[in-house]
Design a binder for this molecule. Structure first.
Ligand code: SF4
Length: 426
């Protein structure tokens, strides 16, 4: 979501005749788009701000703006802690960015933190690099779930869905520019449109799929409670829907899931995975985990490892519980010892690494279709792209044309595959 917001900021600033600088030293203005999902992200931003303070001192007239979730969360306090910041703007205030920069140029600092639900920036088209074949499209923002540990509803506001017509016209415009894959974004995509009485999420998927030029559709993030049978069945019917689902489990212990306020049990989660595997065998799954949630015991944690063993996720994002101001979990007393939490995280990540290796190795010898996104970062002579199951593949081109290439997988690394293009007949 932050990546899309940053792309929006870039396009707004470009249309107001500002140019992107190649280096920090060349720049006159720095905008930080921030995250506050964990304490570590907060700390990193304040450390970056220390660097920017010295950068400002080196040339009078330079400006610093801080937007995003940390700006929304800390607001006035951020200004107090870093008084050299010229613009502090929250998650609902992006559309006015050029105006805020102009004010700052006239030495008028801005603090813009309004969060009214209608203050969205759907109409600001995110910057798209030339030649892009994949693009993210925000379909909603905010969240109404208030999971005990999560700061998102506080800093991104309540759930608001974007009108379907705007989404469809953005996708049409993207395909006109050569985009073949769209990644639909929202904190809880499965509840798209419910509050507003918009078309339901499965119908939105169908309409996007009908747009000429769309080859692949992905969506993040699904909530295990709201991923319904209609959406699951679409994986059987719609070839454009990529066989990869990111479904955050967070914990494998019912006790912990309840304390987190997640609204599903381990059994219900497993049933969703089963249903998805039935309609699309070979589907890839990724997940999110929090270890060391207040009250989590060794037995609870082992239940998480057991579910991982059962499902064998292709990949996952995992973190130690981080207390966020204003959330219910911040008030919970039974904190897990930080060293114990760190050790659990290590164990979980080792298990995940083994599963990832296993899933990647299973691809060796297979012929896969890769949507090539450009030259590989490590070797400009090879191309890099992703399979429908969302596996990154670096491959030697074999003379094919267009972005869809047929590749023979010849090897597996820690997080990605390598291969050779064998035929362009895909
Ligand atoms: S559903 Fe996701 S974004 Fe919403 S409160 Fe829960 S963890 Fe946060």
């Amino acid at each position: 979501m932050n990546a899309v917001d940053s792309a929006r900021m870039l396009s707004l600033m470009s249309s107001a005749d500002y140019l992107a600088a190649a280096t920090l030293e060349e720049a006159d203005l720095v905008l930080l788009n921030t995250c506050s999902i964990r304490e570590k992200a907060d700390q990193k931003i304040y450390s970056d701000l220390g660097t920017l303070r010295r950068w400002k001192q080196r040339r009078p007239g330079r400006l610093v703006g801080v937007g995003g979730c940390l700006a929304q969360q800390d607001g006035e306090a951020l200004r107090k802690r870093a008084p050299y910041v010229d613009i502090v703007f929250g998650t609902h205030n992006i559309a006015n960015l050029p105006e805020m920069v102009r004010r700052a140029e006239r030495r008028l600092p801005t603090l813009a933190l309004g969060m009214e639900e209608e203050m969205t920036h759907w109409d600001v088209v995110p910057y798209l690099p030339a030649g892009a074949v994949s693009a993210m499209v925000a379909i909603m923002q905010g969240c109404d779930n208030f999971c005990a540990y999560c700061v998102v509803p506080l800093v991104r506001g309540r759930e608001v869905s974007r009108p379907a017509e705007g989404i469809l016209s953005e996708v049409r415009a993207l395909t006109d520019r050569g985009v073949m894959e769209v990644v639909l974004l929202g904190q809880n995509v499965n509840s798209y449109g419910k509050k507003e009485g918009e078309i339901p999420f499965p119908e939105l998927l169908r309409r996007i799929s009908a747009i000429e030029g769309i080859t692949r559709i992905r969506f993040i993030t699904s909530h295990p409670r709201d991923l319904d049978d209609r959406t699951i069945r679409l994986f059987e019917e719609m070839e454009t829907l990529c066989p990869h689902v990111h479904l955050p489990l967070q914990s494998g212990a019912d006790r912990v899931l309840e304390a987190m306020g997640r609204g599903y049990t381990r059994g219900e989660y497993l049933a969703r995975i089963d249903a998805l595997r039935k309609v699309r065998p070979g589907m890839a799954f990724s997940s999110d985990f929090i270890v060391g949630f207040p009250g989590e015991t060794e037995d609870d944690f082992r239940e998480t490892l057991a579910v991982m063993g059962e499902i064998r996720f292709d990949s996952s994002f995992s973190f130690r519980f981080s207390s966020r101001p204003g959330t219910r979990a911040a008030e919970m007393k039974e904190k897990v010892d930080p060293q114990e939490a760190a050790s659990r995280l290590r164990r979980l990540q080792e298990l995940q690494a083994a599963h990832t290796r296993e899933r990647l190795t299973a691809q060796i010898g297979r012929q896969v279709t890769v949507l090539a996104e450009g030259a590989s970062a490590r070797d400009p002579g090879t191309l890099c792209g992703r399979t429908a199951c969302n596996k990154t593949v670096n491959f030697t081109p074999g003379g094919g044309e267009g972005a869809l290439r047929s590749v023979l997988v010849t090897g597996a690394g820690t997080h990605s595959l390598v291969g050779e293009e064998r035929s362009s007949d895909v």
